[in-house]
Design a binder for this molecule. Structure first.
Ligand SMILES: Nc1nc2c(c(=O)[nH]1)N[C@H]1C(S)=C(S)[C@@H](COP(=O)(O)O)O[C@H]1N2
Ligand SMILES: [Mo]
Length: 316
């Protein structure tokens, strides 16, 4: 895994990074939190970790200082990946024999130079960098993850979107034999996601190929997944096989299923509650803490300009 430190993105001071081997009381935490939404909705990226009207009062810690890296164990054993399992603690096991080599990603649509790259070649041409990002799921939980990823803008520059291109559409592998959730028929797979072209070209946007300096494990979207740290986690689509430039806003998985709960933009915004739970706070995975959620997940200085003139209440 090639590592390069890029100085132009906001860094979380290394003094606040907890070593990978530090092991929090994972089992205990999983018991208290993972089951929180049991019996909730079939159609929901999402059982909230902070229940409306909850009377529990965990410690509220200031978000600005709550930047401790989430342990490797949590990042790889607390997952959302419905193609494998709807049980967050069961995804790792369900995906363990998912083979992701060979793998290629097709770049097509409104581009001058359409390409299909095998993963090793993609990584060779566009060396991944290390980026420590906050990660915020729409279900009101948060992590801090050291990704290894290719800035998507580097690839976009090479394939040259045409002047008609306005959006980027991402598609997950469709293979019901390998992905048991796809065989069940309850969701319209393959999972797709989309960004506006200028969002895709923002320096923060990554095609992640690893985390903690190791190649991605299947549960985290191996071998390549999107990471858009100022948006809710469902935008960060996993196991991508196709990236297309389009002139129309693409249909996206959760937005198509439940449009009034999951927007196309899905920018993290503490002032826009989910219809079924507040978004003003988040559970810090691996700790007992609640912290305040930040506008654009703390990345406002990098991305707020993308939304000038847009109503952030409306375009959630
Ligand atoms: N293809 C696919 N991508 C997906 C999902 C999914 O179910 N399928 N879940 C999303 C959601 S809701 C979240 S929060 C993140 C979780 O990523 P992680 O398991 O690596 O933390 O993946 C996102 N990408
Ligand atoms: Mo999520």
């Amino acid at each position: 895994m090639t590592k390069q430190i890029n100085s132009s993105y906001p860094k979380i001071p290394s003094s606040e990074i907890t070593p990978e081997e530090v092991y929090y009381s994972r089992r205990q935490f999983m018991k208290s939190v993972v089951g929180a939404g049991a019996g909730a909705l079939a159609l929901a990226a999402c059982a909230p970790l902070i229940k409306p009207g909850s009377t529990e009062s965990p410690t509220l810690t200031p978000s600005s200082t709550e930047n401790t890296l989430t342990s490797y164990d949590f990042v790889t054993h607390f997952n959302n990946y419905y193609e494998f399992s709807m049980d967050k603690s069961g995804v790792a096991k369900a995906a363990e024999s998912f083979i992701t080599d060979p793998w290629s990603v097709e770049f097509s649509g409104l581009v001058r130079h359409p390409q299909k790259w095998d993963l090793p070649e993609l990584i060779r041409q566009f060396p991944p960098e290390e980026r420590v990002y906050r990660f915020r799921c729409v279900e009101a939980w948060a992590m801090v993850i050291p990704w290894n990823g290719i800035p998507l803008k580097n690839i976009l520059k090479a394939i040259e979107p045409t002047s008609d291109a306005r959006y980027v559409r991402f598609t997950t592998l469709y293979d019901p034999k390998k992905m048991p959730g796809q065989a069940s028929g309850s969701y319209p797979y393959p999972y797709t996601e989309g960004l506006r072209l200028d969002e895709a070209e923002n320096d923060l946007t990554l095609l992640a190929t690893g985390l903690y300096g190791k190649p991605l494990l299947p549960q985290n979207g191996a071998p390549v997944r999107l990471v858009v740290p100022w948006k809710y986690g469902f935008k960060s689509i996993k196991s991508i096989v196709k990236i297309e430039l389009t002139d129309q806003q693409p249909a996206t998985f959760w937005n198509s299923l439940v449009p009034d709960e999951y927007g196309f933009y899905a920018n993290v915004n503490p002032r826009v509650p989910h219809p079924r739970w507040p978004q003003s706070r988040e559970t810090v995975i691996g700790t007992d803490n609640l912290q305040n959620t930040l506008l654009f997940n703390g990345y406002a200085s990098e991305v707020a300009a993308l939304y000038t003139g847009m109503d952030l209440q409306e375009n959630y």
